[in-house]
Design a protein around this ligand. Structure first.
Ligand code: C2O
Ligand code: CU
Length: 595
């Protein structure tokens, strides 16, 4: 899938990595030039932000335990940051990337070198921009091979293919986004989905091109699938072919044999496919899984297609077969059926360690809300409020100096450490609830502070506030976590824990909290630093469904936050075009009363 990448330097140097790691670790260097590139899609020529002129962007290819240095040159018009989604970066949040959380943006004309430290990840992850919605076109796959001398827990495939699914916006996304934020209107909706940069055969423009993948009959391939879509979970299927999911989010899972997958934004899946069907052409197709109320029909209904084509002689005039196994947009049953089958591989070679002695428990509601536009006149729920989102009724607001810098330098006035462990009020969370007190939220920059090595359990409870209950793919930086429980309705803390899976729960970095339901996760906070967590639907992230946690130092050099690299981008003290809800209810003034 990757085309010529002109400015792409790559070399490897062998470095013996010390006592703990018997195998060699390699160092890789990449140059990423972020700049505008002209592209024509849906019969419209427009300019998009890319890395090295390619959409999707270049692949990063390493082995488990390697380190990559990526020098990002910003030749675009906006400040930008890059994030290495799912890479834990031990003690090194300085290179994690989310803007105003761990760094300020790299200004146009400037550059910054990220040090991306791989440890236990193996399989597929991805990288993406982490400033506003620039990630729509600034993203690419990260391929992590097993260490030399070790193999993946399945027979060596004959070939590999990377499939990056993304969203296409016909207009100028950043302009529209900023305008919508300023006016408090709904945020942009996509005009189509792409497979490796192509919309495929069912778009509204007859000159549209399609991505093709050729296979040999009898061969088995490893598909590395990335959902880089801005705002949609996707079903994906390949006509007449069986998929075997073997990995997810850079960890192995028990093989799932299926004729479709459901993949959330942020997630990556490794899938085996054997080309065992009659020679011919078959559509690989993706469409949105919408969990919005059925009356909300404003989502992107397009079908993204690519073609799997066999090498050999056959009738090329027949049109490719469409996968009838691809579920329809609202098929909740298909969504649940797939999700509930995901289990860690959890064998001797790939053990898991689910914490059982929990030291910190949190119960967090995730909601759609309303936010007062302007504190002086907040009478009408309709006209004086705009849409917001929250976690435990706090709607995240970015600080002007990133949380990491403020924490490291002990600067006060940028964040507070009082993110609540519990919602302020208990109500029937999963009922469609419009009560004003529950619906209206407030902004804040509240973080959760954890001691090093704390065992954390979080129950995420989805709510039906504003009648807006949907799946929320929650993503955590710096850690992976175990999904020990998932269920529907209001969480019951007596009966629901009885169903927890502590044997082979999936270990992931992004997972959907189900519509009208709850999700329990566990992890050990053993990565010192500041780590963002948020819904990976960017519309919800922008509206405030975010927070950060600080993991304190553990007392030794190895368990402590590293000092910053010398060339960190400087905070200008002005949140440029950063498009977060401008709403201000006057309640977050803890942030302005010092320095
Ligand atoms: Cu995939 Cu906070 O990111
Ligand atoms: Cu969400």
């Amino acid at each position: 899938m990757n085309f010529a990448v002109p400015l792409f330097l790559f070399w490897s140097v062998i470095i013996p990595f010390g006592r703990q790691l018997p195998a060699l670790a390699y160092i890789h260097h990449y140059d990423f030039v972020v700049k505008e590139t002209n592209v024509t899609k849906l019969c419209v020529e427009k300019s998009i932000l890319t890395v090295n002129d390619s959409f999707p962007g270049p692949e990063i290819r390493v082995r488990k335990g390697d380190t990559a240095y990526v020098n990002v040159h910003n030749q675009g018009h906006y400040g930008i940051t890059l994030h290495w989604h799912g890479v834990k970066q031990p003690s090194n949040p300085w290179s994690d990337g989310p803007e105003y959380i761990t760094q300020c943006p790299i200004e146009p004309g400037a550059n910054f070198t990220y040090q991306v430290i791989f440890t236990d990840e193996e399989g597929t992850l991805w990288w993406h921009a982490h400033s506003d919605w620039t990630r729509a076109t600034v993203h690419g796959a990260i391929i992590i091979l097993p260490k030399e001398g070790t193999t993946a827990p399945y027979p060596e495939p004959d070939g590999e293919e990377v499939i990056v699914l993304a969203a296409w916006y016909k207009g100028d996304l950043m302009t529209e986004l900023i305008q919508d934020i300023v006016t408090g209107s709904d945020l942009p909706h996509s005009s189509g989905y792409t497979t490796n940069g192509e919309l495929g055969d069912f778009s509204n423009c007859s000159s549209e091109t399609i991505y093709r993948w050729s296979v040999d009959y009898g061969s088995t391939y490893l598909l590395r699938i990335v959902n880089a879509v801005v705002n949609a979970e996707l079903f994906f299927a390949i006509a007449n072919h069986t998929l075997t999911v073997v990995g997810m989010d850079g960890a192995y899972v028990k093989p799932i044999v299926t004729d479709y997958i459901l993949i959330s934004p942020g997630q990556t899946m490794n899938v085996l496919l054997t080309a065992d069907q009659p020679l011919g052409r078959y559509y690989m197709a993706a469409r949105q899984y919408s969990t919005e109320p059925i009356a909300d029909t404003g989502f992107d209904h397009s079908n993204a297609t690519a073609i799997l084509e066999y090498n050999g002689d056959y009738n090329l005039s027949a049109s490719p077969t469409f996968p009838h196994s691809l579920p329809l947009y609202l098929d909740m049953k298909a969504g649940k059926n797939f999700t509930h089958r995901i289990r860690s591989l959890a064998n001797e070679d790939h053990p898991i360690s689910v914490p059982t002695n929990i030291s910190t428990r949190m119960f967090i509601t995730i909601s759609m809300n309303l936010l007062c536009k302007n504190i002086t006149s907040c009478n009408s729920l309709d006209t004086d409020h705009m849409i917001a989102t929250s976690m435990n009724n706090v709607s995240w607001k970015n600080p002007q100096v990133d949380v990491l810098e403020a924490y490291y330098r002990n600067l006060s006035g940028y964040y507070t450490s009082d993110f609540p462990d519990w919602p302020a009020t208990m109500f029937n969370f999963t009922a469609d609830y419009y009560d004003e007190d529950a619906v209206v939220t407030h902004t804040g920059t509240k973080v959760k502070v954890l001691n090093y090595n704390e065992s954390v359990e979080i129950v995420f409870q989805g709510t039906g506030l504003l009648g807006g209950s949907v799946n929320h793919p929650m993503h955590m930086h710096g850690h992976s976590f175990y999904i020990v429980g998932i269920g529907y309705g209001n969480f019951d803390n007596e009966t629901d824990p009885l169903s927890y899976n502590l044997v082979d729960p999936p270990e992931v970095n992004t997972f959907g909290v189900p519509k009208d339901g709850w999700l329990t996760i566990r992890f050990v906070a053993k990565n010192p630093g500041v780590w963002f967590w948020h819904c990976h639907l960017d519309r919800h992230m922008t509206w405030g469904m975010d927070t950060a946690f600080i993991v304190k130092d553990g007392g030794t050099e190895e368990t402590s936050l590293r000092p910053p690299p010398p060339n960190m981008p400087q905070c200008t003290g002005v949140i440029g075009v950063s498009v977060q809800n401008p709403g201000d209810d006057g309640r977050d003034d803890a942030l302005t009363n010092s320095s």
